[in-house]
Design a protein around this ligand. Structure first.
Ligand SMILES: [Zn+2]
Length: 333
């Protein structure tokens, strides 16, 4: 039988680390060639829709990028650098997530490493969001250029800390993971999201009470609602907790979480489209974004989170090596 045709197995057929709460079937067999996991894109398994949803999200982002490129110069015009940075960060987040869901079943070491790649992508996405919101969604009277620079620098630090906290809690806690780990994941992502939201919340507070509304705020508000829904489905394990095994292939909370993330990102870019129409006539009077306040910040996030993932990968590798040695010694004795 070809490696691409290895059938899926039940929860009992894979080590505990691959278990997903309330999922009983559809697990891919570990320790197969890389090609098996790549071909599994076209196989029915419990991660299949997670792979496809964020691949779709990446395609939608690239489509948006091509539409923005028709109207704006994303490379030569410094006013567009924050948009370029946000689009790069978004595409990277989707790519990292797809890599994680596609290859995570290969081995224990790959499971840890690809999960950390996913966290790195989310941290980079957070940096891109701060760059977008602090350049295009603010009100000049409320967010100064100094505050903008501080927010972008803080977002890089928070993106790295988020990746670090999510990665380290994988080693601190043993599977089945306690809710404390989910709390660490959500709280570190929430801190970055709150920083993201400050310019929009200030706009809502300012305009909401004054009968002055801009169409971009419709999309920003919807983006916040989708973000709240994403956080809920990420942590709640609903609906599968009520009917374990029933949503192994379709309808699992992580699939709903992915769809909420796509909607959140789409609404974010829709809001930015409206903001660019609002700011277009004002660009000539506005300060130019710097490289390090836009694309450079995302590059810093990629470099530091990349180094973090590589370091944690070698740490986990050593951890497994030591564990195997201890197991072998115990068996000999
Ligand atoms: Zn995911």
């Amino acid at each position: 039988m070809s490696t691409s045709m290895v059938p899926t197995t039940s929860k009992q057929g894979v080590p505990e680390i691959f278990h997903v709460p309330h999922v009983e079937t559809g697990f891919r067999t570990p320790h197969q060639p890389w090609s098996y996991y790549l071909y599994s894109f076209f196989q029915k398994h419990n991660e299949c829709l997670n792979c496809w949803t964020h691949l779709l999200g990446m395609c939608l982002t690239l489509l948006r990028a091509s539409q923005f490129a028709e109207r704006h110069d994303l490379i030569e015009d410094p006013h567009m650098w924050p948009l370029t940075a946000g689009l790069i960060a978004m595409a990277i987040m989707y790519f990292c997530s797809t890599i994680n869901h596609c290859f995570s079943s290969k081995s224990e070491l790959v499971f840890y490493t690809t999960a950390m790649i996913d966290y790195a992508g989310i941290g980079i996405f957070g940096v891109g969001g701060v760059v977008l919101h602090y350049h295009y969604c603010h009100d000049d009277a409320l967010v100064t250029s100094w505050q903008r620079a501080a927010a972008v620098a803080s977002s890089v630090a928070m993106g790295i800390l988020m990746c670090l906290s999510c990665s380290v809690t994988m080693f601190i806690y043993e599977p089945p993971y306690p809710f404390a780990r989910t709390l660490w994941q959500i709280s570190s992502a929430l801190a970055l999201y709150l920083l993201n939201s400050v310019p929009i919340v200030l706009r809502l507070l300012q305009y909401g009470s004054g009968d002055i509304w801009h169409s971009s705020l419709d999309h920003h508000t919807q983006q916040m609602i989708w973000s709240a829904a994403a956080a809920f489905f990420f942590g709640a394990d609903i609906p599968e907790r009520f009917l374990p095994g029933r949503f192994d292939f379709v309808g699992h909370s992580h699939q709903i979480f992915h769809i909420c993330v796509i909607m959140m990102a789409e609404k974010q870019l829709e809001g930015i489209t409206h903001e660019l129409e609002r700011l277009g006539p004002k660009f000539s009077t506005m300060a130019l974004p710097t490289f390090w306040n836009s694309i450079g910040a995302v590059i810093l996030g990629i470099v530091f989170n990349g180094l973090l993932v590589i370091s944690c990968h070698f740490y986990v590798r050593k951890m497994f090596y030591v564990r195997n040695m201890v197991d072998k010694k115990t068996k000999i004795q």
